[in-house]
Design a protein around this ligand. Structure first.
Ligand code: CXF
Ligand code: ZN
Length: 389
């Protein structure tokens, strides 16, 4: 089978849209016709190299090369074929990607925290989680499917464990966003920060993930939600999604929150910047109330080992700092929960997508992201579809 896909041949290059040769699904695998793929900042970290294992790590663990890589981890589509031993999906089912596979067997899956599934460690290892062999090739080279998904393509073969079936009445364009940006942001507020009714919450960075932390905080009953972003379009959008106040910078937010809480500050602060600069956690810590929580929902360069924050303040005020991946939630629980909240009118999905692109225009989409023009850009894979099934 042939399809078109956007491949990153190395960090620091553009995405290259070209023909991909695909195999039929093996046992436990499914062929999906992708319909929509979100342009999440995580792929940009592959381009900048922030999210690529550094040379010493590659050498230490004997990792195979991460490139060429088929990008795309936030997506929706329709199942068109199933291999043997697939029990939960059939042709015609609507699905979203699950960028953490969830094997169901490892210690973390068995403990109910599948978002930490051991298979996630294979994110940069080519090959299927089913049998370690590769299904996609371009120019005769094996392709790594980013996060075992690789949705910047017309078609894809994925392990069943990398897909979540959804209600077919949900528009696929909106469903795609739920698979990463919405789940990650919402869960950061609800699952990880555990926002409670009446609290003051600050979200730093209100792009495709942070804006959903804003609406998670609103749905959890926060009394005030302060959205911090230097980009005016994002601050305005945050007001539509539940922010009660906006600030251009952490410094400005400090003044707003201090006045609003008579110096108590915010019980929950959630960091969702595009890149987690080493100065951000320390700058944000004074926003956190005594015994409050700072949640880090952002990607720092993989080799960054330093952070500049006042540890006296951390200890003496009993504050906590928590990391978060995938909104600290399990995809098979969170995706249906979020879609129910959407269907009942509580979660807003319309308005998150600012621009839609064809696959051929993917580099324009990422350029617009860098320029701060999008809350979420989305690729509509039907626009220049060359495959037929
Ligand atoms: C990322 C986290 C690392 C794996 C890919 C997805 N989260 C959000 O984009
Ligand atoms: Zn993402």
């Amino acid at each position: 089978m042939k399809t078109l896909g956007a491949i990153l041949w190395d960090s620091g290059t553009d995405w290259s849209v070209e023909e991909i040769e695909m195999d039929a699904p093996h046992a436990g695998e499914v062929t999906v016709q992708w319909r929509y793929a979100g342009l999440c900042h995580t792929e940009e970290h592959l381009v900048t190299g922030d999210l690529v294992p550094p040379a010493d790590v590659v050498e230490q663990f004997g990792l195979p090369p991460a490139f060429p890589m088929l990008g795309g981890h936030e997506a929706s589509g329709v199942v068109v074929d199933v291999g043997p031993e697939v029990h939960g999906l059939q042709p015609g089912d609507h699905v979203v990607s699950s960028f953490i596979p969830a094997c169901g067997q490892c210690r973390w899956c068995s403990s109910g925290i599948s978002y930490l599934c051991d298979l996630n460690a294979q994110m940069f290892v080519p090959g299927m989680t089913t049998d370690n062999t590769v299904r996609h090739r371009a120019r005769g080279r094996d392709l790594l499917q980013f996060a075992k998904v690789g949705a910047f393509a017309g078609l894809g073969v994925l392990a069943e464990s990398s897909l979540i079936k959804i209600d077919s009445s949900i528009p696929l364009e909106l469903a795609a966003l739920v698979s990463c940006g919405v789940a990650t942001g919402f869960g950061s507020a609800v699952n990880r920060a555990k926002v409670a009714p009446g609290e003051t919450v600050v979200v730093v960075g209100v792009g495709g993930i942070g804006i959903n932390a804003v609406q998670g905080a609103r749905i959890a009953g926060a009394a005030s939600v302060v959205a911090v972003d230097p980009v005016e379009l994002k601050r305005k959008a945050a007001l539509d999604f539940g922010a009660t106040h906006v600030a251009e910078s952490i410094a400005e937010a400090l003044g707003i929150v201090s006045e609003m809480t008579q110096g108590v500050m915010a019980e929950r602060v959630i960091l969702c910047p595009g890149v987690l600069d080493a100065e951000i956690p320390g700058a944000a810590l004074p926003l956190v109330a005594k015994s409050g929580t700072l949640v880090v929902t952002a990607i720092a360069p993989m080799s960054a080992n330093t952070v500049n924050l006042n540890m006296f303040e951390l200890g003496m005020y009993n504050k906590e700092i928590k990391g978060s991946i995938f909104g600290s939630g399990n995809g098979r629980v969170e995706v249906p929960r979020l879609l129910t909240l959407y269907k009942t009118g509580q979660l807003k999905l319309e308005g998150l997508i600012t621009s839609t692109y064809s696959l051929a225009d993917i580099n324009q989409g990422f350029a617009d992201m860098r320029a701060g023009k999008n809350i979420r850009g989305v690729i509509d894979l039907d626009r220049d579809r060359s495959d037929s099934v």
